[in-house]
Write a protein that binds this ligand. Structure first.
Ligand code: SF4
Length: 239
């Protein structure tokens, strides 16, 4: 077992089972759209409202009355108009490209290309989430919380921009994970959750962390005064 696998086992033990993003491609796009600048609680409330309306297919959503969609999407919080526009783009894309579910299972560069224009809300991290959860690719979506947690644990060095840093994190993690989508899904879910709960941007709760004995980041934080990086990002930007 590699060091990273040990760390992930400790996180699983600490947090218990955690939900994963949806694996159905269309539902995952909807989930991404609702997640943007929303708390998980509000996102899940909006997704449940859409489920109750039975509009979680491109055809059903395309036919749904605007007012009904509007009310369900509003449960995610602000930016309802942007979310609705993004959902319309997704519905159109599914209409124009019935081969979508196959396209995202193509080799990674081609699969990423097929998502162009559809995952702006989640950025590169959103595109990689689609590849991992709906396309079965063993790739790591590097959200802000995954980036922070992984690097504090010693996986990846900062690059010239977030894209390069995310690539460094993916490469470092790949050297210690089996190349299966299951392993990558677990890694994403637990690193992201840890970054939102204990390993927060400002004031990480290291004394309560199950990984504190094997965390180079903790030592660095304490050496710099123990406060962590105070240039805090809103938790809503961490998806
Ligand atoms: S010990 Fe602190 S910095 Fe390290 S993973 Fe845990 S919360 Fe994050």
């Amino acid at each position: 077992m590699t060091r990273l696998e040990h760390l992930l086992t400790a996180l699983r033990k600490h947090y218990g089972p955690l939900p994963e993003p949806p694996s159905d491609l269309f539902t995952l796009f909807v989930w991404e759209t609702l997640s943007w600048h929303a708390t998980p609680k509000k996102r899940d409330a909006a997704l449940a409202a859409l489920e109750r309306l039975r509009v979680l297919t491109p055809t059903a959503m395309g036919r749904a009355p605007h007012a009904k969609l509007d009310a369900a999407v509003a449960a995610a919080g602000p930016y309802a108009e942007q979310r609705l526009k993004a959902l319309r783009r997704v519905v159109d894309a599914f209409r124009e490209r019935p081969d979508f579910p196959t396209a995202i299972r193509a080799p990674v560069p081609a699969a990423l290309k097929s998502l162009k224009g559809l995952t702006q809300m989640g950025g590169d991290s959103g595109a990689y989430r689609v590849l991992l959860f709906a396309g079965d690719h063993p790739v790591l979506p590097v959200s802000a919380s995954v980036d922070r947690t992984a690097r504090r644990l010693g996986y990846g060095v900062p690059g010239r921009d977030f894209k390069q840093t995310a690539k460094n994190v993916r490469e470092a993690v790949a050297s210690e994970l089996p190349p299966t989508s299951d392993a990558y899904r677990q890694a994403y879910v637990y690193l992201a959750h840890h970054g939102l709960t204990l390993c927060k941007q400002a004031d990480p709760e290291c004394p309560s962390c199950p990984l504190k004995r094997d965390c180079p980041g903790r030592k660095a934080l304490f050496a710099s005064g123990g406060s962590g990086d105070r240039a805090a990002r809103s938790p809503l930007e961490e998806m």
